[in-house]
Design a protein. Structure first.
Length: 734
């Protein structure tokens, strides 16, 4: 037989091997969880880059598309509290995995609307065009081919009809009454061929409802799950990594969306149609298909993650530590565990539905009585109300205010604004660990960061420039938005907005309004050299232009806008950094202000009220602010109102940033409330983890002194047994 010493050595080695196996399991679990969390955050943000193309493809009015985008919040709000409460009492890995599987299915459902409801193309034919206009088309095509050095030959009917589509699909209009009349006919035909359809709307709406249900689980259950498996002193680092992945997802979503939107939705763009054309429909559905596929498999792995020996509650752990002893009679150290079940949950046994509901109401009442928690939730509502809608419309604001192209704006938003926020999250985590911010210090840090972000918003209210959109808006005020051309024979009434300027900087609504004939263009509308760098389009012989009669978009560029754009983003990046600095301490304050067994439901209630009073109404609130600054609403398809084309940019700039900064200032009142109540609040105290991982070397209280417990809560059954053993001289575990 083995000697006692050898037996002990074997046991120790076996324990080390088991510890290593559990440690490896924990690492793999957090890798899979982090991957799922990251992919979920990408797909959740991608919708913002797809909605404009969904509107075009299915002719969905803006009021319906706004309702459609909010579908996720409609499902999220009623589900989040119950998911966090009941999910927190079960295997959280399975709940999170199931939620992400739902998100994956939702992405597939949204993408499938492209295949189930194909768009009908309207093709004008020669029978719908008068003989005079047909001759004019032949004349134009002949001129195009001759100017490009290609011999013009008589063309068949199909080729001539293609020419009609090319001429009417141009994103700009010339001073040519016949072709402009043809454009009107094409527009009316498109409206008749593609009436608003509820089929794709309902399918996408349903997919977003499912997505809203699925996304209730990763955040509300993921943070407490991490809290149960990480040392309290290391928790800020893990939270920073988690939030970094959460904000890195939108960066990737924006960049991927920008690339996919360069591809036509059916991979076969009409001749002459480019991504710069307002009629372009990007390949939005492919992103949902890719994200759904990538998310499905790690979600399944998370759902079936091994859960052996991990279902112990806190009562079970205390009872095990009380009974387990080494050979010398000393208590054994608790083995390393992967706590997929909440180790702080109370064992309620088998309760009826009525008893479960009463327990739920009791839990909610306890949360309402925690002043720190309620103050933090109120402040978060105001912050999200200010930020969510502001960020949704940020790309539009930058294009209007600084006359910047969308691809450049998306790069700046992704790589400057969001990355600045992510760096702030990492900086906030480092600051907490470095300076040991606890209680009032952490709450004061959150208030300071919020104040800095608000002040920078007020500073951006003064950063603007004069650009062509603002100038045309002022022209519209003077002409009652008729934008009459100096040449009344041009027929510019239905010309699309395509701002151009002459050599002296005078702005025109379109080349048609500048009096530019089709023969005076300085480019070919049929052929482009893809290998050559894109050059600004120029139009010559324009009767309304000053100087040499040439107009171009390039003449509208104001160098001052480039400088102001850089200043704006410098302020924006610094503000995003300060906003990120407050995330980790703010979330730890919420987690530590409630009882450990209430963490999941506290995050769920936080998500519920923030979604109900901030996330859901914020885009509507900010959309109304933009509408209040609109100068011109175009009409199409009869009585339908399109998106606003022209804004009072000075009014929009001041109103936007003053309202944003004011809401953030009001939220400081809740920060002051939290500072008042946060005295003694421990955020990174390792005492709890030490108590759970090992036994005190000496009694916590000697000579029969009374035990004072946090939150004045009654001892659970194992704790009562431990207290009773004190009189017998045994060590106690708190």
């Amino acid at each position: 037989s083995l000697s006692p010493s050898l037996h002990r050595t074997t046991t120790v080695r076996g324990g080390k091997q088991a510890t290593m196996d559990v440690a490896t399991k924990i690492k793999w679990f957090f890798f899979v969880f982090g991957l799922v969390y990251f992919l979920e955050s990408i797909g959740g943000f991608y919708m913002t880059s797809a909605v404009v193309f969904i509107e075009k493809q299915f002719n969905i009015p803006s009021r319906l598309s706004g309702t459609m985008v909010s579908a996720g919040d409609f499902a999220y709000i009623p589900v989040i509290i119950f998911t966090s409460y009941f999910g927190g009492r079960g295997n959280r890995a399975k709940w999170i995995g199931a939620g992400c599987i739902l998100i994956s299915i939702a992405n597939f459902l949204i993408s499938s609307s492209n295949f189930l409801f194909p768009r009908t193309s309207y093709e004008q034919n020669l029978q719908s065009v008068s003989a005079e206009l047909s001759a004019r088309v032949d004349q134009i095509v002949s001129s195009e081919f001759n100017s490009s050095g290609v011999s013009f030959v008589p063309r068949d009917t199909v080729s001539r009809e293609i020419d009609l589509k090319v001429l009417t699909a141009l994103p700009y209009a010339f001073c040519d009454r016949e072709i402009n009349g043809l454009r009107v006919g094409q527009s009316q035909g498109e409206c008749a061929a593609n009436p608003p359809s509820l089929g794709p709307f309902l399918m996408i709406f349903g997919g977003l409802l499912i997505l809203g249900v699925g996304r209730t689980m990763p955040f509300s259950l993921g943070l407490p799950l991490m809290d149960d498996n990480v040392k309290k002193s290391n928790l800020p680092v893990y939270f920073a990594i988690m939030f970094f992945a959460k904000v890195l997802g939108p960066v990737v979503g924006l960049l991927i969306g920008g690339q996919l939107n360069k591809i036509f939705y059916n991979f076969n763009p009409p001749q002459g149609l480019t991504p710069k054309d307002p009629m372009w429909i990007g390949c939005w559905w492919l992103g949902f298909l890719i994200f759904g596929f990538l998310l499905f498999f790690p979600s399944v792995a998370l759902y079936f993650f091994p859960s052996d020996s991990i279902s112990a509650t806190k009562d079970d752990v205390e009872r095990e530590k009380l009974n387990a002893k080494n050979e010398d009679g000393s208590p054994k150290k608790e083995p390393l565990r992967l706590n997929l079940y909440d180790k702080h949950k109370k064992d309620h046994g088998h309760l009826s539905a009525g008893e479960e509901f009463k327990a739920f109401l009791s839990t909610m009442w306890e949360l309402f009585r925690v002043p720190i928690y309620m103050g933090s939730v109120f402040g978060r509502i105001l912050d999200v109300l200010a930020f969510k809608g502001f960020f949704v419309f940020l790309s539009k604001y930058l294009q209007l205010q600084f006359d910047m192209p969308q691809h450049k704006i998306q790069q700046y938003v992704a790589l400057v604004g969001i990355v600045g926020f992510a760096c702030g999250v990492a900086g906030g985590s480092f600051t907490m660990r470095k300076f040991r911010l606890e209680g009032r210090k952490a709450a004061a840090w959150v208030a300071l960061c919020s104040l800095c972000a608000a002040l920078l918003s007020f500073a951006n209210a003064n950063v603007g420039c004069k650009n062509v959109i603002g100038e045309i808006g002022q022209q519209g005020l003077r002409t009652n938005f008729t934008f009459n051309s100096c040449d009344t024979s041009c027929g510019c009434g239905e010309a699309p907005l395509y701002p151009v300027c002459d050599s002296e900087g005078n702005a025109f609504y379109s080349p048609c309004h500048a009096g530019c004939p089709l023969e005076g263009k300085m480019f070919n509308v049929y052929y482009t050299d893809d290998s050559a760098p894109a050059a600004p389009l120029s139009f010559s012989d324009c009767s309304c232009a000053a100087g040499d009669g040439v107009v171009s978009r390039d003449n509208c560029h104001n160098p001052d806008c480039d400088t102001k754009f850089s200043i704006f983003f410098a302020f924006q990046a610094i503000g995003a950094f300060f906003g990120g600095m407050a995330v980790v301490p703010g979330m730890l304050i919420i987690l530590r202000s409630v009882k450990p067994e209430h963490r999941s439901v506290s995050l769920g209630f936080n998500g519920f009220v923030v979604s109900l009073f901030a996330t859901l109404p914020s885009p509507v609130f900010w959309g109304k602010i933009y509408d209040m600054s609109c100068l011109h609403w175009p009409q199409f398809c009869g009585d339908r109102t399109g998106a606003c084309q022209l804004y009072d940019l000075d009014e929009l700039r001041i109103r936007t940033h003053v309202i944003y900064g004011s809401i953030r200032i009001v939220s400081l009142l809740s920060d002051m409330w939290v500072i008042y109540w946060a005295k003694g609040l421990k955020l990174m105290d390792d005492n709890e983890s030490k108590d759970e991982d090992s036994v005190d070397e000496k009694p916590a209280i000697e000579d029969g002194e009374k035990i004072v417990r946090k939150h004045s809560r009654k001892p659970t059954l194992p704790e009562a047994e431990i207290i009773a053993l004190e009189d017998q001289g045994h060590n106690r575990t708190l």
